[in-house]
Design a protein around this ligand. Structure first.
Ligand code: PLP
Length: 458
């Protein structure tokens, strides 16, 4: 009994967690050995564990809690909506005001003119819905072979069967029998890792576009390839900001083959990249846009799919032919989640959150870039209020640290946790993506702790 860690004993949270809770995204064996870190409360950009230790949440949870971890107004709106109408659905022509209001607000905010808004509960469900919309649309247009969807290696679009197939990360496919047929992956636009010797950024993005076109041709061209989905800036794949000109080139290829362009704004949406939408930062003109996470400041689960008039008219024509569009979730546009999301958007407007994020972006960039000459850092990259540092064993040769000492990201992560800071460990990259409400002094504190964590890893 003596070698059982204190927190695993008896009726502790850790012991009960190990006994009962099957976690998402977790190494089960490691979890049984080391147990969970249990969070009990939030305050501003901080969260506190069940030992009373406070952490700066340098990842806004999962790239999502834009307002941080406490907000009375959102709690009150949820309570009031629960008293008035705790649940209703939107099937078979029913509706309710929170969903109507939120759909209207999102259309007003959209980066391009959008026609309709569909609600789901998570980013994965939103992107799954997109796959089904694309298939349904092409059946409507009498193009039954035009069903393939292109996404990118290292892209992240969720974990359900279809969205997990769009995701281009090996650990989301391995042993799950993904991806499904009809989803194909093209190059990651990561200049630091992907460029050939001597290749300029312009040559690199041209090659990305050429390889995309070759893939489309190989997969049957305009007859068979229906859409491409992109996160404006890749998040879980490593915070990868494509070089200038990339999106212009790949969108031109998609137009040439009459493909829809889908922007997955689940992370980038609502101010993260310095503008309301990543599509604005990256000059993307989407036909379909998905969002979630900061839509409700992550206080409740809700996601949305916005479609333009062309897509809507196709969905409409098929539904007119066959009847009910047989897709939707019990909780599509859940009134409490929708009311909270609408209130979050009102708060964003009132405190000028997007303006604040834009003003903080150069400060964030300066902190990230201050790591560029750290001996462990090969690449320091950021846009807006999201960034990553790539850890290398040799800056000149870019030799990955993981080749010479396993788990460099993990070591930095552990040092950061010990210093009361949560960052994201992505193998040889660590990510920082704090609540957008963070101020200058808090940013300095966050990056001070991060520097200590890097220095301790040396
Ligand atoms: N799309 C992107 C860009 C994401 O980052 C995520 C989650 O991190 C998803 C989709 C999936 O969202 P969810 O975890 O809510 O299913």
């Amino acid at each position: 009994m003596n070698d059982v860690p204190r927190s695993f004993r008896g009726n502790s949270n850790a012991a009960r967690d190990i006994a009962h809770h099957l976690h998402p995204y977790t190494n089960f064996k490691k979890h049984e050995e080391t147990g969970p870190l249990t969070i009990v409360r939030g305050r501003g950009i901080y969260v506190t564990d069940d030992d009373g230790k406070e952490y700066i949440e340098g990842m806004a949870g999962l790239w999502s809690a834009a307002l941080g971890f406490s907000n009375e107004r959102l709690a009150t709106v949820a309570y009031e909506q629960m008293k008035q109408l705790p649940f209703y659905h939107a099937f078979n022509q029913r509706s309710h005001e929170p969903a109507i209001n939120l759909a209207e607000k999102l259309k007003q905010m959209a980066p391009v003119e959008m026609s309709k808004v569909f609600f789901a509960n998570s980013g994965s469900e939103a992107n799954d819905t997109v796959v089904k919309m694309v298939w349904y649309m092409n059946n409507a247009l009498d193009r039954p072979k035009k069903k393939k969807i292109v996404s990118r290696l290292k892209g992240y679009h969720g974990i359900t069967v279809a969205s997990g197939s769009l995701t281009g990360l090996p650990h989301n496919h391995r042993s799950f029998d993904l991806p499904i047929q009809g989803v194909v992956h093209t190059l990651t636009p990561h200049y630091y890792r992907g460029a050939k010797d001597g290749e300029t950024e312009d040559q690199f993005t041209t090659r990305c576009a050429e390889e995309l076109e070759q893939l489309i041709i190989k997969e049957g061209g305009a007859d068979e390839v229906a859409a491409m989905i992109c996160e404006p800036v890749m998040g879980a794949g490593g915070v990868i900001v494509p070089p200038k000109g990339y999106y212009e080139k790949i969108q031109a290829v998609c137009r040439k083959y009459d493909m829809l362009f889908v922007a997955d704004e689940v992370i980038c949406g609502f101010g993260r990249t310095g503008n309301v939408w990543g599509s604005q930062t990256m000059n993307i003109k989407p036909d379909i846009l998905t969002c979630a996470k900061a839509l409700s400041a992550s206080f409740l689960p809700i996601s949305a799919v916005m479609v333009n008039e062309k897509v809507y008219q196709a969905l409409m024509s098929e539904s007119a032919k066959i009847g009910t569009w047989g897709h939707g979730f019990t909780y599509s546009g859940h009134p409490v989640a929708a009311a909270v999301a609408l209130e979050a958007q009102k708060i964003y407007d009132e405190i000028d959150l997007f303006g604040h994020a834009k003003r903080m972006s150069p400060v964030f960039t300066k902190h990230i870039q201050s790591f560029a000459d750290h001996p462990l850092v090969g690449e320091a990259m950021s846009v807006g209020m999201m960034g990553a540092l790539e850890i290398v064993a040799d800056k000149k040769t870019k030799t990955p640290f993981d080749l010479v000492a396993v788990g460099a990201g993990n070591r930095v992560y552990n040092h950061a946790v010990a210093r009361g800071l949560f960052i994201r460990n992505m193998g040889d990259r660590v990510a920082i993506c704090p609540p957008l409400v963070i101020n200058e002094a808090e940013l300095a504190d966050l990056f001070g702790r991060l520097r200590q964590s890097f220095d301790a890893t040396l």
